[in-house]
Design a protein around this ligand. Structure first.
Ligand SMILES: [Cu+2]
Length: 248
């Protein structure tokens, strides 16, 4: 009992000693929290503003009526995009990557697409870039398209030469979205001296049936970047060799 009483007296003394102003401490605490919040929001806003946004926004697939696939009638839509040897904006005077690295290869004019659910999507890609050998020839085969085929300059193919690939258009569901969906279309390379944004190119056309609603990610599986076995640089920076497909 005696010891307890002494302890209580001591605690009271300690509490009152520093400055004697009880309101100063809560005020300081509030200020600290406010400054910390402001800093967190500010840093977050800064990084958000640095996120790549395609200057041409989301490409919404255009309606092309209906189609019948394996006896099922479904909406038919089309998408059209390009793969370029650089991102410097020499196409239609619009930079694919404003403030980005102009010398990196890039898909354009956007890297975000929107298609309806369970629809036939016909895609036309104009491939202007040079390339080389895939590190895994598995990606040289057309996978996940209707009948497992694509056309390259009008010729029906099930695969391309794995040693002459410019880029691939490879799509998967993000976690939680349609884990059974997978699409891979290799895009043959253009001869090195012929690669320009407006010059010789291959036209690759393919159709696939879109999956259930959700966000899908696409990327290129030809190591066309720098460092880390050519998987760095444009392969790692969002928007050059990667993007999203929204199925709605
Ligand atoms: Cu690539």
């Amino acid at each position: 009992m005696v010891a307890d009483s002494n302890l209580q007296v001591d605690q009271t003394d300690v509490g009152e000693e520093p400055g004697g102003d009880d309101r100063a401490r809560p005020l300081g605490l509030i200020l600290t929290v406010v400054i910390a919040l402001a800093a967190t929001v500010g840093i977050g806003a800064f990084f958000w503003s640095q996120t790549y946004q395609s200057p041409s926004g989301t490409q919404v697939a255009q309606s092309a009526g209906t189609a019948v696939v394996n006896g099922v009638t479904m909406p038919h839509v089309t998408l059209s995009f390009q793969s370029y040897p650089d991102a410097n904006g020499s196409v239609n005077g619009v930079a694919i990557h404003p403030a980005g690295n102009p010398s990196w290869p890039a898909f354009g004019m956007t890297n975000v697409f929107q298609v309806p659910t369970h629809a036939l999507v016909t895609v036309t890609v104009s491939q202007y870039d040079s390339g080389g050998a895939l590190n895994n020839p598995w990606f040289a085969r057309v996978r996940g398209t209707v009948d497992g085929v694509a056309t390259v300059d009008g010729k029906v193919v099930t695969a391309v030469d794995p040693n002459n690939v410019g880029h691939t258009f490879t799509v998967r569901g993000t976690p939680g979205t349609d884990p059974g969906f997978f699409l891979n279309v290799p895009l043959p390379s253009v001869g090195g001296e012929n690669q320009t944004d407006v010059g010789q190119h291959h036209t690759v056309v393919f159709s696939f049936v879109s999956g259930s609603a959700g966000t899908y990610a696409w990327n290129c599986e030809f190591p066309c970047g720098t460092m880390v076995a050519a998987f760095g640089g444009p392969m790692g920076a969002y928007g050059y060799m990667s993007g999203f497909m929204h199925v709605v």
